[in-house]
Design a protein around this ligand. Structure first.
Ligand code: NAD
Length: 557
């Protein structure tokens, strides 16, 4: 898998003839717009189809960035970027790469959340594959409609749990599209290799049934045996059409997410970013944060608000990290506690307990509220993954600050409107002592003459590097060990200058460098575990860098 081999595949697309004339201008992966050279214009039938002046990519960048800035709000900026991506991907990725800190919140959280909510209304041109359950029995045939035969990275959703926004059905397509853009922008995965997929099995969101602009099938969500058979057909079709592809499960409702990961992780090279990617980025934040508190991981007690994919995923990886540091499984699990919508998760609690919560149902009297749980457990870290806006009240945050010199408080729920508290509240209510991270970005906070830069526990720090690492070594599967390695590698990338600002993640402007380090660590782990299909190169990092897509125009003639 190299950027060059993707280019060759791209050039062969549609048969032996390279697209010509106006077809070239509508081929987003090949189009250069006004940057086609004089010679290309003559040889490729473009003369007259473009204004006469030839521009450099730098000049084009100035134009599109100016246009981006003119857009009045984030959703308009999202629409503008989507249109650019559909017109000229090289220029799109150049723009995203040059202004990563500004663009990532538009192509992904938080703006992508609003874009998904309005995906039907803002719909212009399809991107990705829509597979509806009405097409059961035809999935293999439909996969062949995708124009690129060598797909290596698939992000798939069934739209049931989009960010913290719930069931958005087919509107969820914004998520696989956005995540794959991040793979390219942040880890240099060639866009030619990327395929976003939405499995439309209906939606239980009745508002969408009444929406005249809804783009999905208008029926209740299919569940049970029919759903499972559809997923099985999909996985088999992917394996047959794209045997080298990595499948990323994305934003499935939590009953399916855990089940599907368990069922398919050894059958097809795949992972679930909401569970495993989130876990890795959160663990990295905790490890980096401990450099500020001066504490050790085995001495921490973590209390989670929310016991879903994100929360129990994080706890599972924390447990693996603690075991690596010498704790027994029982002792490691005892460091993680959960409060969910029914109160503290404990043994013998009335009502059924989902399987993913049972390892953390400790022996303890039942407690109804988060406040009571903090009082009883005296945690060192409070992790919000509940989707419940403003659930970390002043009283709760101040209590954490009374219990700890440097409390760790992560408000990870997305989008911004769902955050358990804002960065400003966290810093203010702890007199600036908090080690804070959020799921969606918050602006810097000024307090007592200091400026704090809140870290964003964004999965984008992890999944592009993990995916790239798995792809370059052609891993047969993705293990928890790879996510643990990725977390430790990310934490090591946090510089003292970041920590001095209160930031426990590296600046997003360094994301490609961070992704290379993570990819190398993951590939190394795959080689050591005997899971790599490619032989190990002498210099893993150099090999990875050579394979990365760069948004530069190639000469066609
Ligand atoms: P989920 O649906 O699997 O789990 C949500 C959990 O919250 C459930 O256990 C539920 O019982 C609990 N909950 C609901 N209401 C509650 C209440 N009032 N009090 C306490 N607990 C309550 O969802 P998830 O995938 O775990 O995601 C949860 C949140 O985390 C979402 O907002 C998501 O955007 C966010 N998230 C952030 C990141 C990140 O920052 N990197 C990554 C993944 C998910």
């Amino acid at each position: 898998m190299t950027a060059q081999s993707a280019d060759e595949g791209l050039h062969a697309q549609g048969g032996p003839l390279f697209p010509w004339g106006s077809n070239l201008l509508t081929s987003s992966l090949l189009n250069k717009g006004t940057a086609f050279t004089e010679r290309e214009r003559d040889v490729l039938g473009l003369r007259g189809l473009l204004p006469p002046r030839v521009f450099t990519i730098k000049e084009q960048l100035g134009r599109v960035y100016g246009n981006f800035l003119r857009k009045p709000d984030p959703l308009e900026k999202y629409i503008f970027l989507t249109t650019l991506q559909n017109r000229n991907e090289t220029l799109f990725y150049k723009l995203v790469q040059e202004h990563a800190e500004e663009m990532i919140p538009i192509i992904y959280t938080p703006t992508v959340g609003q874009a998904c909510l309005e995906y039907g209304a803002i719909f212009r041109r399809p991107r990705g594959l829509f597979l509806s359950i009405r097409e059961r029995g035809r999935v293999a045939e439909i996969l062949r409609h995708w124009p690129h035969p060598d797909v290596r990275m698939i992000v798939v959703t069934d739209g049931e749990r989009i960010l913290g926004l719930g069931d958005l059905g087919a509107l969820g397509m914004g998520i696989p599209v956005g995540k794959l853009s991040l793979y390219t922008a942040c880890a240099g995965l060639h866009p030619y290799y990327c395929l976003p997929i939405t499995l439309d099995v209906g939606t239980d969101n009745t508002k969408l049934h009444e929406d005249p602009l809804y783009i999905g099938i208008n029926q209740k969500r299919v569940r049970g045996a029919e759903y499972d058979a559809f997923i099985a057909e999909f996985v088999a079709a992917v394996q047959s059409a794209y045997p080298r592809a990595l499948l990323q499960w994305e934003d499935f409702g939590n009953t399916n997410a855990f089940r599907l990961l368990r069922q398919y992780r050894d059958q097809i090279c795949s992972f679930n970013d909401d569970i495993q990617g989130t876990a890795s980025v959160a663990l990295a934040g905790i490890i980096a944060g401990l450099r500020l508190t001066g504490g050790r991981l085995p001495d921490q007690k973590l209390l989670f608000l929310g016991a879903g994919e994100a929360g129990t995923g994080i706890a599972d990886l924390v447990v693996a990290a603690l075991q690596q540091e010498g704790l027994s499984l029982t002792d490691a699990k005892a460091r993680c506690w959960f409060v969910d919508s029914q109160g503290l998760v404990v043994q013998g609690r009335p009502g059924p307990l989902a399987e993913h919560k049972t390892p953390y149902a400790h022996r303890h009297p039942p407690l109804a509220t988060l406040t009571e749980a903090i009082e009883a457990l005296q945690p060192t870290a409070l992790i919000g993954v509940s989707g419940q806006a403003r659930s970390f009240t002043r009283e709760i945050v101040a209590r954490m600050a009374a219990l700890n010199r440097r409390p760790i408080i992560f408000a990870l729920s997305n989008p911004t409107s769902k955050a358990e508290c804002t960065a400003e509240e966290a810093y203010q209510w702890t007199d600036g002592r908090v080690i804070f991270a959020s799921g969606s970005p918050f602006p810097p906070v000024s307090l007592g003459g200091r400026t704090y830069v809140p870290g964003q526990g964004n999965n984008v720090y992890i999944f592009p590097g993990v995916g790239l690492g798995a792809l370059v070594c052609e891993a047969t599967k993705i293990t928890d060990g790879m996510f643990l390695t990725a977390a430790r590698t990310l934490a090591a990338q946090v510089a003292d200058e970041d920590l001095a600002l209160g930031r426990i993640y590296p600046a997003l402007s360094r994301i490609r460098e961070v992704s290379v380090k993570i990819a190398a660590a993951v590939a190394d782990e795959a080689h050591r575990a005997g899971l790599a299909r490619r032989p190990q190169p002498a210099d893993l990092e150099a090999d990875i860098r050579a394979r990365m897509f760069e948004p530069v125009y190639r000469d066609y003639v």
